[in-house]
Design a protein around this ligand. Structure first.
Ligand code: MG
Length: 324
């Protein structure tokens, strides 16, 4: 808005909505008259960006854009004893919502006029109507006004339908130990006389965690995303795969709640490196280290892993996402 540089300007309100809006308008004395001002009721927390944009567009073109929905219920007028005395024809009736958007100079004039005449309106449209007709913008049924405890319960139930979706995934990987390779586990280089064999750095822990995350999100697995036929990733650091997976998840609206993995290695001892692994993995996933679990066990000498021929890893991951 021209002339107004602060992003938020706090203004004390008045005794009524009309008074509060007037206080707000007075604080905009430095804004140009052709600016668009929107009045929104804080009791309508479910307003959509789309509705706000349509109200602004209408105010730019016509001077006003007031959110409203057609009345679908039958309307009946009752006397002071709640006895119905008249059924009101609902044809052409609209229930007013907010936002109510106006050219600033128009709403200023309407507010001044109401001040002079003592007119009390229940919304800004009724003030502007003292000067000229207003333009309605089709509102949203979801843009409810929370006034009573029943409204609050309804809103909670409605929000309940939008509870974050939770997903769980699992991953597994195993690589052979061979001479002449560095040993990378959980993004940490571990001193050992052999390393894991593979196309990349063969970090089984990161590979299993990547697959658990990708599986939870229903995305293609690590073998499809980073195939061993891709020469550009020969010898690649798997922490790069994990960071790429984190980006893919974030782009799709998923938040990583936690990952957990169990390394199965007869040798070397993993324990001294666990805290550095947690740091590396939490950094790559942009989560706290407390959300990264790393355990290690041996295979008690059983099968080839138990004989020390390779290292394996099982992983699990939990994601949440706001997806309706
Ligand atoms: Mg692998």
């Amino acid at each position: 808005m021209g002339g107004v540089t602060e992003r938020i300007r706090y203004v004390a309100g008045g005794a009524s909505r009309q008074d509060s809006v007037r206080c707000g308008l007075q604080s905009l004395a430095d804004a140009p008259g052709d600016a668009v001002v929107l009045v929104h009721d804080a009791a309508r927390p479910f307003v959509s960006v789309d509705l706000i944009e349509r109200c602004i567009a209408s105010a730019v073109e016509y001077g006003s854009g007031v959110a409203a929905v057609p009345v679908h219920d039958t309307i009946r007028r009752a006397d002071e004893n709640d006895v119905p005395v008249q059924t009101v024809d609902r044809t052409g009736l609209w229930a007013m919502q907010t936002p109510q958007a106006f050219r600033l100079d128009l709403l200023r004039r309407a507010s001044d006029r109401a001040e002079q005449t003592g007119f009390q309106g229940t919304d800004e449209a009724s003030l502007v109507e003292q000067l000229q007709g207003v333009r309605l913008v089709k509102g949203d049924r979801e843009n409810i006004k929370i006034t009573t405890s029943d409204d609050l319960r309804f809103a909670e139930q409605w929000l309940g339908g939008r509870m974050p979706e939770m997903r769980v995934g699992c991953g597994y990987d195993i690589h052979r130990l061979v001479e002449g390779r560095d040993l990378w586990l959980g993004g940490v280089k571990i001193p050992y006389d052999r390393g894991l064999d593979g196309h990349s750095d063969a970090d089984v822990a990161l590979h299993a965690i990547c697959d658990a995350l990708l599986g939870a999100a229903g995305m293609p697995d690590i073998g499809q995303l980073y195939p061993n036929t891709d020469e550009s990733i020969t010898g690649a650091s798997s922490i790069g795969f994990l960071m790429d997976v984190a980006d893919r998840l974030a782009s799709a609206g998923w938040t990583v709640m936690n990952v957990d993995c169990t390394l199965i290695a007869e040798r070397p001892k993993i324990g001294p490196y666990v805290s550095r692994m947690r740091e590396k993995i939490s950094y790559a996933l942009k989560i706290e280290p407390a959300r990264v679990g790393i355990k290690a066990t041996t295979n008690e000498g059983l099968d080839d892993t138990g004989a020390g021929a390779g290292i394996a890893c099982h992983a699990a991951a939990c994601l949440i996402g706001c997806r309706r």
